[in-house]
Design a protein around this ligand. Structure first.
Ligand code: NAP
Length: 170
């Protein structure tokens, strides 16, 4: 049985990793939808779908987790069509894990088995908090798998965010 989780993963952090491990205890394999795949180079969505793909795949493989499918999913400008859009891009799945009320409702209306997730250590393991730490020169590396830090270093991600915050101010 396959399960689906969708998130923006800006960036992928230790909270996401723990959630994926716990879903895999209950499901044979997991489809990880990389949401808002068309966005990058903004303060809320700094990383491209390809960069997020590499962050997630390298982190899971380092944990010897291989039973996952990574699928970039662009947004569509019609919520009623979004579930069909997701279905057209992914292998079949029966369960959906999300805390987003809109995502819950859209999948429940299509009769999927929808489950909520327990959010862990949200003080630190939060994409927004991690992006803020990068901008403020605080330690963000302990909140992400080492493979994510390596990708962010390789693409000069912290300076990308800082440049974006400058152009936002201008
Ligand atoms: P999100 O923007 O990634 O997450 C929303 C909030 O939930 C963030 O604070 C996020 O924290 C938190 N969160 C997400 N997954 C989590 C997890 N596993 N553990 C702890 N916290 C988690 O949005 P989302 O609801 O997860 O993903 C929905 C995606 O579907 C988005 O890309 C959205 O654009 C897309 N969507 C599109 C349409 C459409 O195109 N019409 C309709 C519905 C949804 P973090 O930042 O720490 O992850």
């Amino acid at each position: 049985m396959r399960a689906l989780i969708v998130g923006r993963f800006q960036p992928f952090h230790l909270g996401h990793l723990e959630i994926i491990k716990s879903i895999l205890k209950q499901s044979g394999s997991i489809i990880i939808g990389i949401g808002s795949a068309q966005y990058s180079h903004t303060l809320n969505d700094p990383f491209t779908a390809g960069e997020r793909h590499l962050m997630i795949s390298s982190s899971l493989e380092a944990e010897k987790i291989y039973d996952f499918y990574l699928v970039p999913i662009e947004d569509v400008n019609s919520n009623p069509l979004w579930v069909a859009h997701v279905e057209s891009l992914t292998p079949k799945f029966t369960k959906v894990y999300t805390n987003n009320p809109l995502v819950k409702r859209l999948f429940a209306e299509k009769h999927y088995d929808v489950h909520s997730l327990t959010l862990l250590n949200r003080e630190s393991w939060s994409g927004t908090r991690i992006r803020d730490k990068m901008l403020n020169g605080e330690n963000w590396r302990s909140d992400v798998p080492p493979q994510v830090a390596a990708v962010i270093d390789e693409i000069d991600g912290v300076n990308r965010l800082r440049d974006l915050s400058q152009s936002d101010r201008e």
